[in-house]
Design a protein around this ligand. Structure first.
Ligand code: 1HE
Length: 268
């Protein structure tokens, strides 16, 4: 019951299929520094709702131009002059998109450059792996703009950097970049060259895992984090029961047994 992804439906995203089931989704409003307007969020909901049922094995999420994403479209927000209820519904659509990413079961690798700020950091923190280049920087300018985070930063950015740093970022507009950003957990990789090329390579690596293993890694880990220790242990056992007995794993286990499978070795 595989469904098709219709790339012609996307206007603010550029959606491309690469080989091996890897798809590249690019925020495509560089003139607006890829700010997230309502239409972009709806397209993210659509793509990440469809991807798990469309045979997508991994996604690279990128931004076109010099910046990954400038966060909430402040001009749209200003022009719309929204009511509290309106903006609550906007935020619920952001959560729909970002939860589909984090809990959808398909590995998402974000390729970061330039500004990864406000809602852009909320988006990036919904990916499973973040790769930054030397130009990437992270900030939460909400405090300065008279705003508050609404796309999950209180959950995901706090998870990455801890409560005290999250509050400092919001109060003072502190910017993190370079190796320090990796040391804090804002990104897992920093590269000299293109973050896109590095992200693509990681996505291909993840795509070679069995889909059911990736489904568990990219949904069960997040669900389990939300549970009590007792429920988490139970759920882990149930998920492992299903994943670790999948028929497709037998060939991989047989290759280990007959010594034809690669061994785990440190880097030379
Ligand atoms: C935008 C946006 C935007 C740029 N909404 N239009 N986010 C922020 O507070 C970050 C706001 N943006 C910036 O600080 C800078 O634009 C950047 C550091 C990202 C890039 O700087 P620069 O010098 O390359 O570009 P620029 O000249 O500032 O902007 C170029 C154009 O992009 C310009 O439009 P133009 O029509 O005048 O050419 C800008 O208006 C437009 N642009 N950023 C709309 N964010 C669910 S709650 C989430 C809450 C938040 O995310 S708050 C954080 C918002």
């Amino acid at each position: 019951m595989t469904i098709q992804i219709d790339i012609s439906r996307y206007k603010n995203l550029a959606v491309q299929e690469h080989e091996g089931g890897v798809w590249v989704v690019t925020l495509n409003r560089p003139a607006k520094r890829n700010a997230l307007d309502i239409e972009t969020i709806e397209e993210l909901v659509e793509f990440f709702s469809t991807a798990p049922r469309a045979g997508v094995r991994a996604v690279v999420l990128a931004g076109s131009g010099d910046h990954f994403c400038a966060g909430l479209d402040l001009i749209e927000h200003h022009d719309e002059d929204r009511s509290p209820a309106d903006f609550m519904h906007v935020c619920l659509r952001w959560h729909e998109a970002f939860n589909k990413m984090e809990y959808g079961g398909v590995p998402v690798v974000a390729a970061l450059q330039g500004a990864v700020v406000g809602g852009g950091l909320e988006l990036a923190s919904s990916a499973h792996i973040r790769v930054m280049d030397q130009t990437a920087y992270f900030a939460l300018p909400e405090g300065q703009r008279g705003l508050f985070t609404g796309g999950g930063a209180t959950i995901r950015v706090t998870d990455l950097v801890g409560k005290a740093r999250m509050i400092d970022m919001m109060l003072t507009g502190r910017v993190y970049q370079g190796q320090e950003a990796v040391d804090l957990g804002l990104a897992q990789y920093i590269v000299e060259g293109s973050s896109f090329e590095a992200a693509l390579e990681l996505a291909h690596k993840a795509a070679r895992n069995l889909p059911l293993s990736n489904f568990a890694i990219c949904s069960a880990v997040s669900h389990i984090q939300n549970m009590s220790a007792m429920d988490a242990a139970y759920t882990e056992a149930v998920v492992a029961g299903v994943v670790n007995t999948q028929p497709d794993a037998r060939a991989r286990l047989a290759a280990f047994a007959d010594k034809s499978a690669a061994r785990v070795r440190p880097k030379k």
